[in-house]
Design a protein around this ligand. Structure first.
Ligand SMILES: O=C(O)C(=O)C[C@]1(C(=O)O)C=C[C@@H](O)C=C1
Length: 376
């Protein structure tokens, strides 16, 4: 049997050669980058990469090694591109696209629109972000809120984007794609839902429970323990509370915030009914102005990928090789192309950072329809 130490020595010798060759290859890649900068050719050459993978695969002697070599070279060429993008970055002035950097977000004399009614969590999020004296109004749907800022009737809209228990608010991801607006801020609100009824009602009286589908989902365990109750979906939690107050019917209850109970003169019948005690919703502050704060720390982008093995993996390498910390990824179906997806990625950084610009440059060249949804 071969001695382990001997085998390791052999591996070390081979690795030394690989490292030397890697460095030699990278140095040529740098020359290629200079040539491409001068001739204004794009860094990414899909055909060349595909041909290389094919020829290299054919040089191997087993199916396993064929896959291995192709995987290895996808990686090597991705690193080569990263270096080329870095050089491109150094030769070109920093680009922040259509975005304009501001010291702080304009908050004086601006109007804010939120969806729902007073007492809704969006209302609370708006006050938490802008303070109590903000000039605001509300509309019926999230799309209406997007339209209001498009028409210039409001400067900002406040929209829920994600709940820590129920997950993303899909419609608002789709609206971010539909409108050319920008996320300028975010606000997290603890959602301490309570079950509320009209004064004099008791738990035993309840037959129907009204709330937004997300709130019903967040209180699923509690609701499941009352099998006879009928859950009725409503456009939002505060509107559900308003309906119960208006009907004045002891058999009806709503799930909404304690603030909504007080606002509509209802009484809490059960508290702590949500499954996750940390239950929180993240709201985004959207505007049509392409602005970001000087000290913004998080970037949201979306892009589409071709239906090819490794395309998602390769796109993520732009975050990894530029040392960027990805905090979230979501996929949403592309309506007009069955079974193809748009990826929404959040990562830490500021649009003025060179690592961020480098990653965005790479992504722009390789993915389809890259959009920067905001830096906040
Ligand atoms: O051949 C080129 O055009 C290169 O830029 C080199 C290289 C590689 O590293 O092999 C890198 C990027 C291209 O997408 C194709 C190939």
């Amino acid at each position: 049997m071969l001695d382990l130490q001997e085998m390791r020595k052999e591996i070390d010798v081979i690795d030394d050669q690989i490292v030397k060759l890697f460095e030699k290859r990278m140095s040529i890649a740098e020359d290629v980058a200079k040539f491409k900068i001068e001739t204004q050719k794009p860094v990414f050459d899909r055909t060349r990469e595909q041909e290389k993978l094919e020829t290299l695969g054919q040089k191997t002697h087993s199916a396993f090694n064929c896959c291995g070599v192709q995987e290895l070279y996808q990686h090597i060429m991705s690193i080569s591109r990263k270096r080329q993008y870095q050089l491109l970055q150094e030769s070109a002035p920093p680009e922040t696209g259509e975005f304009r950097v501001v010291e702080t977000l304009p908050k004086d004399k601006v109007s804010v629109v939120f969806q729902g009614v007073e007492g809704a969590y969006s209302h609370a999020a708006m006050h938490a972000f802008f303070g109590e004296n903000i000039q605001s109004y509300h509309v019926d749907t999230w799309k209406d809120a997007m339209e209001e800022i498009k028409k210039g009737n409001a400067f900002y809209a406040v929209l829920p984007i994600e709940n820590s228990t129920a997950g993303i608010v899909q419609d608002n991801y789709d609206l971010l794609n539909e409108y050319n607006h920008v996320i300028a801020g975010e606000q997290i609100i603890r959602c301490r839902h309570v079950l509320m009824g009209v004064p004099g009602a008791t738990l035993e009286d309840i037959q129907s429970v009204y709330s937004h589908p997300q709130a019903l989902m967040q209180c699923r365990e509690f609701l499941d323990s009352h099998e006879t109750w009928h859950c009725r979906e409503f456009s939002n939690t505060a509107a559900a509370a308003k309906k119960v107050a208006k009907d004045g019917d002891k058999t009806q209850a709503a799930i909404a915030s304690p603030y909504a109970a007080e606002y509509f003169g209802l009484v809490p019948l059960a508290t702590g009914i949500y499954s996750n005690p940390g239950n929180s919703t993240r709201f985004i502050i959207v505007t049509k102005e392409k602005i970001y704060c000087k000290d913004a720390k998080k970037i949201s982008v979306s892009y589409e990928l071709p239906h090819e093995s490794g395309s998602l993996y390769n796109s993520l390498s732009h975050f990894i090789y530029n040392g960027l910390n990805m905090t979230k990824i979501e996929s949403r179906p592309i309506a007009e192309r069955n079974w193809e997806y748009r990826f929404f990625v959040d990562f830490e950084g500021n649009l003025s950072d060179s690592a961020v610009q480098n990653a965005l440059r790479g992504l722009k060249a390789e993915a389809q329809n890259l959009r920067v949804h905001g830096n906040y």
